[in-house]
Write a new protein. Structure first.
Length: 556
């Protein structure tokens, strides 16, 4: 198996450039121990750069919200998500949108409820459906009690079969009567899907023909012993049904409730050597009704049938539905998880550093910087925001805090070792001492994440991308935002203390002057300065007269 088979040329170029960049960065950071850089002294440059980037990310978010919103996954929006592959390689978003709008108008005319703004995302890389698995010929006889069986309406059964049984293709439609038709399908065979085959002898005497023909009664007993018998949870989760008549009838009725299945015949396996590998141009389509409900299975099958008729053969890779209440609840819980993470780490850092909230505040500002940057990048590249993205967001918060604490610990240690140095110089020395460690840790993490992104498959790709972006910006913010911000907060605190001390000194001086003024008002009038001589004599006479009265009195 070639592990590079699913990687495009652009991905390989990106991987090579990323490795070259990491090697160059590892070589560059060695200089920080020999030639320290004045990071805190140039903090205004880093703050300005980050402010411009964050402003750009916020602008991208606002633009996205005003033009249809972020690319939220089905967990958060509710509704129906389909990943459909089109055999027409020239398929565009506009063509799909036109057909969905026409389908929405039909729904609105029928049920007074159409579709809200559909979200269509074209995937650049084509997807292949391998023909390596064996295919089985299946003959299904359907009839309608009331009304005629129309051949054009039977094509919509194929998507229903694909949802239930995997890859399915309608080969032939043969109307045996106005009310009955015989449908020939090719179904991709899975282990245990058709039960136990029994060799029978054909009319020509060929005993090698393998065929199973079931009546409803026989299929009922087979369903009880089939590999997926009674496994309703597995069926709801999208796994393969046991291929019995009841399962076929269920699939048909999901498309048209008035159609009945009278017989299912499992025929010969198709020669897999002749089966070609089909490639499709995939598109992810998110749909939700105007009443915020998801599409029913019948409506999904009808839409896929319209695609078949309009654009040729299509293949359903994925079909998921989530109710609106579930999506809203998940979005609220995700936001709550992020907020709780920010608050708890603020409390933890404040307690760890002897109640000095400056470290927790600096770390929180850096984390908010990281979160906005991640959302901005996702808005720009149009990637899906799903549950793995929230998990990556919380992981980045933990990683960034860990990186910041390493620097803060070194600052606290150097404060004891360098009591005569200024706080700004100590912070700069601490950042340079931990720079090599921070970058090497980041590079080690990135090597693992790049391997996960390129070789982990499509399921892990979005998660790995979020971690690559988040860990990179987290390392940057810890070094160039959090540490210099601690210096700024320290300067603000010292300036406030100095201002408070100056204010108290002025208050003390004013209080002393008031006391001196009160003391002067109680002094002798002769000592008064600036009082006219005539008034002085008059006041002096009154003073002497008052003094005599106090001194004179009955003698003992």
């Amino acid at each position: 198996m070639n592990i590079f088979s699913h990687i495009s040329t652009i991905d390989i170029i990106g991987l090579v450039l990323a490795l070259i960049l990491m090697v160059a960065l590892a070589e560059y950071v060695r200089r920080f121990r020999r030639n320290p850089v004045n990071i805190t002294g140039h903090r205004k440059i880093f703050f300005t750069l980050s402010s411009v980037v964050i402003a750009f990310c916020l602008s991208a978010l606002i633009y996205k919200m005003s033009t249809g919103g972020l690319n939220l996954s089905l967990e958060f929006t509710g509704g129906t998500m389909m990943e459909v592959g089109f055999s027409d390689k020239t398929m565009t978003q506009e063509k799909i949108s036109e057909e969905i709008i026409a389908f929405s108008n039909e729904l609105k005319a029928k049920n007074n409820v159409g579709l809200k703004h559909p979200v269509i995302q074209m995937i650049s890389n084509d997807k292949s459906v391998s023909g390596s698995g064996s295919m089985r010929n299946i003959t299904v006889t359907v009839n309608r009690k009331d009304g005629e069986v129309l051949e054009d309406n039977l094509n919509g059964i194929t998507p229903a079969f694909s949802n239930h049984f995997g890859k399915a293709k309608l080969v032939k439609v043969n109307k045996t009567s106005p009310k009955e038709a015989l449908l020939e399908f090719q179904i991709e065979e899975k282990e245990g899907m058709f039960g136990k085959s029994t060799p029978v002898t054909s009319e020509a005497g060929n005993t090698n023909v393998e065929k199973e023909s079931f009546t409803r009664k026989e299929m009922g007993s087979a369903a009880k012993t089939g590999p997926n018998a009674g496994n309703e949870t597995a069926q709801q989760a999208g796994t393969l049904y046991f291929m019995d008549e009841q399962a076929v009838a269920d699939a048909v009725r999901e498309y048209d409730a008035d159609l009945n299945v009278s017989q299912v015949t499992v025929g010969n396996p198709v020669d897999t050597q002749k089966e070609e590998v089909l490639t499709y141009k995939p598109a992810i389509i998110r749909l939700v009704k105007e009443d915020k409900h998801n599409l029913s299975t019948e409506e999904v099958n009808t839409l896929v049938s319209r695609f078949n008729e309009k654009f040729g053969e299509v293949y359903m890779f994925k079909n998921e539905s989530i109710g609106p209440s579930v999506g809203k609840e998940l979005a609220q819980k995700a936001l709550l998880a992020v907020l709780i993470g920010l608050v708890l780490q603020l409390l933890y850092i404040s307690i760890r550093f002897n109640g000095q909230a400056r470290y927790g505040i600096a770390a929180d500002v850096a984390l908010i910087h990281d979160v906005i940057f991640m959302f901005g990048v996702y808005a720009l590249v149009g990637r899906e925001l799903d549950s793995p993205f929230v998990a990556a967001l919380l992981t980045v918060i933990g990683y960034s805090v860990m990186d910041s604490i390493i620097i803060f610990d070194r600052i606290r240690e150097n404060l004891r070792l360098m009591p005569n140095e200024t706080y700004e110089k100590i912070v700069n020395i601490s950042v340079n001492q931990t720079m090599t460690r921070s970058i090497n840790t980041l590079l080690t993490v990135l090597i693992t994440l790049f391997c996960l992104y390129f070789f982990g498959g499509e399921t892990l790709q979005n998660f790995a991308f979020a971690l690559i972006v988040g860990c990179s910006v987290g390392a940057y913010s810890s070094i160039f935002i959090a540490a210099p911000l601690v210096v700024v907060i320290d300067e603000k605190v010292k300036a406030q203390k100095k201002e408070l001390s100056e204010r108290k000194r002025i208050e003390r001086e004013e209080l002393a002057k008031e006391r001196m003024a009160r003391s002067a008002s109680k002094a002798k009038p002769e000592d008064a300065v600036g009082v006219p001589a005539v008034e002085k004599k008059s006041v002096a006479a009154k003073y002497k007269k008052r003094s005599k009265k106090r001194t004179s009195g009955p003698q003992e």
